[in-house]
Design a protein around this ligand. Structure first.
Ligand SMILES: [Fe+2]
Length: 232
């Protein structure tokens, strides 16, 4: 994200030292849906090495890093291997076999122990990547409001693997999903205007596509049937 100098750009400083150029740019590595619980520790290690080789200044992780049983361990391992600031959100799979409240509590505790790890859903300010570029983010949540929740026959694994969703009627589950999505939207509504007022560019990191046109599956925009799965 280095600002390109052109002969017509009078706003660019005339004297650009190496230090100034470094301050104006940042190398970002964006990772998402790693599902590290599905691979061996050796494969995680090789993957981490491939990320290190890219010499990123900052790593962003867009959720579904693993499942609740080993999420904290996997994030801690990435932090120790990558040794650069990691800004992340959580995806639905990160809560599997646990509860949303419990996982968020453990992740919060982890971030206090590992200074390179930052869980954006609880960061109440825009993160400055460069003086021109800010970062905000939240898990988001798919509640199907962009599709037709009651017309869809799709059952999500979330409904029997995340404690807060287990055993609810279909109507009660929708209320819970909407509450989770509203919480995400409220965070973005607080953060985004603040970030846009301060930075020329703002990156928004989230797990769930917030717009229907961004809800792609198998090469097509998600329909009402699949909207429960992918749309925020
Ligand atoms: Fe997901």
């Amino acid at each position: 994200m280095t600002k390109q100098r052109t002969s017509f750009d009078s706003s660019f400083p005339i004297e650009l030292t190496e230090r100034t150029l470094r301050d104006l740019s940042v190398r970002v590595c964006w990772l998402t849906d790693l599902h590290l619980n599905m691979v061996s520790p050796g494969e995680v290690e090789r993957f981490a090495a491939s990320v290190v080789a890219r010499q990123a200044d900052v790593v962003l992780i867009g959720g579904d890093t693993s499942e609740s049983k080993d999420l904290v361990e996997q994030l801690a391992r990435l932090a120790r291997r990558l040794r650069v600031p990691i800004y992340f959100v959580l995806g639905n799979h990160d809560y599997y076999y646990g509860s949303i409240e419990g996982v968020r509590t453990r992740v919060d505790e982890l971030c206090r122990r590992e200074p390179e790890l930052h869980y954006l859903s609880v960061v109440e300010t825009a993160v400055e990547l460069t003086p021109q570029v800010g970062l905000v983010g939240h898990d988001g949540w798919a509640d199907g409001r962009l599709a037709d929740y009651f017309a869809s026959s799709v059952m999500m694994t979330d409904d029997w693997l995340i404690a807060e969703l287990i055993g609810l009627t279909r109507a009660d589950r929708w209320e819970r999903l909407k509450a989770l999505a509203d919480e995400a939207a409220a965070h973005i509504l607080r953060m985004l205007p603040m970030a846009l007022a301060r930075y020329q560019q703002v990156l928004l990191l989230t797990h769930v596509p917030p717009f229907r046109d961004a809800c792609w599956y198998a090469g097509e925009i998600s329909n009402d049937e699949g909207g429960r799965l992918y749309c925020g």
